[in-house]
Write a protein that binds this ligand. Structure first.
Ligand SMILES: *Cc1c(COP(=O)(O)O)cnc(C)c1O
Length: 475
């Protein structure tokens, strides 16, 4: 008891601690109020540890030990901030990892527009107010061959907005096979309910024929909503109505066909892995009245919801108050504009849009990355094997289709620490590295990187390995 009291008394005063230079440095980085809160928490924990006999040595109550406790809290807070990382999962559109990366050339334009004033809503020839959507609309109409286009915050917003303007208080016919959950709790039936449209389900989970739709039209029908099953596949005994026939049917009933295409493949000559994916061009050709898709899936651009189709309908949507609430900012609009400007030239798409660079990189170039990384690791005393991992595209695109890649694997039996500890240390590194464990190997898929990342990855792996081994030795 006596000892404990001495330990409690030993703890320096808060004011004294905050004057020390190490604490001041932390305060500069983190803000003095957050530091003060963290220090208070650290001291509370220290007192609890003394009370529980977890802390028995006077040194543990002194400034360096307290600083270490505060630094752990600081580190944890930093880890939650958004920052770049190395994606070694091979999944090129990883929703948790920010979906499509943007190219440096696109970002240079974004940064120029962001750092200055711009003609975002200003017509230079006439010297008067313009619309922030005009130039993008022209680009999209050109590329997609439609009369009109509108861009909002994301595709979920696009679906919501379309239904709200065109089907609120009316009926929207949907196949039971397409009442899907896209992810992050985006469920088609919920969105429809929220928009005020009445959902009319037709067909069954695996089969919805044209005749199922034909029987569902009433006076109250506003549209047929077709939803691309972008993140799962129906196999075997299944059938869906032909899109062009569905469009004819909707129009014969004086109704509309709206297509939530989701992934938005606009590439005129996509890589083989995307061959099964429906394209924007096919949807336009089939006669859909409105089509919507994401900007950051297979388009390879920023997060956005793109709506294309008939002018009369898009004009109506533009006047809906929700459009203002769901609008994009100038950074997004510029990033999308610059991405779309690459589209007329297939070579530029494949070279300059990171998503397509990843999907079209040659096996030889991937193998070169693997050999380079292997050399870097050998130089640090770590042996590895080159492997051929399989990855999906991700981001709710072409599910069940695997892309064979080239990677490097660290094998459990050749490591002086556990795979799980190393995998966790990689996530905590700077930059964080996201790899995955499979069959007693830690696998780094090298497709979802750039050439310049290999050197950084090599250093990150060696540093994480050092930390993981040190932790093992402490135990
Ligand atoms: C991804 C997707 C959405 C949601 O798009 P976000 O841009 O993520 O909001 C909606 N519908 C379909 C079919 C999708 O694939």
């Amino acid at each position: 008891m006596q000892d404990k009291n001495a330990l409690f008394r030993n703890i320096p005063q808060v004011d004294k601690l905050l004057q020390e230079s190490d604490f001041q440095d932390l305060a500069n980085d983190w803000g003095s109020s957050r530091l003060a809160t963290a220090l208070q928490e650290a001291l509370d924990e220290l007192r609890a540890d003394i009370a529980a006999d977890q802390v028995t040595q006077p040194a543990e109550t002194q400034s360096p030990a307290i600083l270490a406790r505060v630094r752990v809290k600081y580190q944890k807070a930093q880890e939650r901030l958004v920052r770049p990382l190395l994606n070694c999962t091979g999944i090129s559109l990883h929703t948790n990892l920010g979906r499509a990366p943007l190219s440096a050339s696109v970002m240079a334009k974004v940064s120029a527009v962001a750092e200055a004033y711009s003609n975002l809503e200003y017509r230079l020839e006439e010297g008067r107010r313009g619309s922030r959507y005009d130039s993008l609309e022209a680009l999209l109409c050109d590329l997609c061959g439609t009369e009109a286009a509108l861009v909002v915050n994301n595709n979920a917003a696009a679906v919501m907005l379309i239904l709200r303007e065109l089907a609120k208080g009316k009926e929207a016919i949907v196949s039971r096979g397409e009442l899907v959950e896209i992810g992050g709790k985006f469920r088609v039936p919920d969105v429809m309910e929220e928009s005020g449209a009445k959902l009319i389900e037709v067909g069954t989970t695996n089969k919805t024929r044209l005749s199922d739709y034909a029987q569902a039209f009433t006076e109250e029908t506003a549209c047929v909503l077709k939803v691309h099953r972008s993140n799962f596949r129906l196999e075997g005994f299944q059938e869906e109505a032909d899109l062009a026939q569905l469009s004819d049917l909707a129009h014969a009933q004086a109704s509309l066909l709206i297509y939530d295409l989701g992934s938005g493949l606009l590439h005129p000559n996509p890589p083989a892995i995307l061959r099964q994916e429906p394209t924007v061009a096919q949807a336009v050709q089939a006669g859909c009245d409105l089509i919507c898709f994401s900007g950051d899936k297979l388009l390879g651009g920023p997060q956005a919801g793109i709506i294309i189709g008939r002018k009369a309908l898009i004009d109506r949507i533009k006047t809906n108050p929700l459009t203002r609430a769901l609008r994009c900012d100038k950074l997004t609009l510029t990033a999308l504009q610059e991405t779309l400007k690459l589209y007329p030239d297939v070579d530029r798409i494949n070279r300059e849009i990171p998503l397509f660079r990843m999907l079209t990189i040659s096996d030889q170039d991937l193998a070169n990355r693997a050999m380079k990384l292997q050399d870097l690791l050998v130089a640090g005393g770590l042996s590895s094997v080159i492997c051929q991992p399989q990855a999906e595209i991700g981001g709710g695109s072409v599910p069940g289709v695997y892309l064979s890649s080239v990677g490097l694997a660290l094998e459990a039996e050749h490591l002086a620490c556990s795979l799980a500890v190393l995998e966790a240390e990689l996530r905590r590194g700077q930059p964080p590295v996201i790899a995955y464990i499979q069959n007693d190997q830690l696998i780094f898929d090298l497709r979802t990187l750039e050439d310049a990342d290999i050197e950084i990855l090599g250093q990150a792996i060696l540093a994480a390995y050092d930390r993981a081994r040190a932790m093992g030795n402490q135990e």
